[in-house]
Unconditional design. Structure first.
Length: 103
């Protein structure tokens, strides 16, 4: 499900079951990320699928990438793997108005 930044942040801040997932490359991630993000590179192919599939499917995942395209694809994959709640940040971190931290 695609959410605007306002919707994404609003839901995230009131969700005790939330996990923030950054699906960019390790290099992109190291340049700056949304606080408390877990980095799983969608471009790592089967490794991405294996890592994602091993995550707790009862959690709610707030997913982002650089522009929102890779994270939209990641949400599709997650839905196919049985995740009920995967929320894509429309516009990605490029349009992010909040704090960005260096890991």
């Amino acid at each position: 499900m695609n959410l605007t930044q306002e919707e994404w942040v609003s839901q995230l801040n009131t969700d005790p079951n939330a996990v923030i997932l950054d699906v960019r490359t390790e290099g992109e991630f190291s340049e700056g990320m949304i606080a408390h993000s877990l980095n799983v590179d969608i471009q790592s192919g089967q490794e991405f699928v294996n890592t994602i599939d091993a995550l707790d499917k009862t959690k709610n995942y707030y997913v982002y990438c650089r522009s929102g395209m890779r994270s939209a694809k990641a949400c599709e994959i997650m839905n196919q793997l049985g995740f009920k709640n995967a929320y894509n940040l429309s516009g990605g971190i490029v349009g992010w108005q909040g704090e960005v931290v260096v890991p």
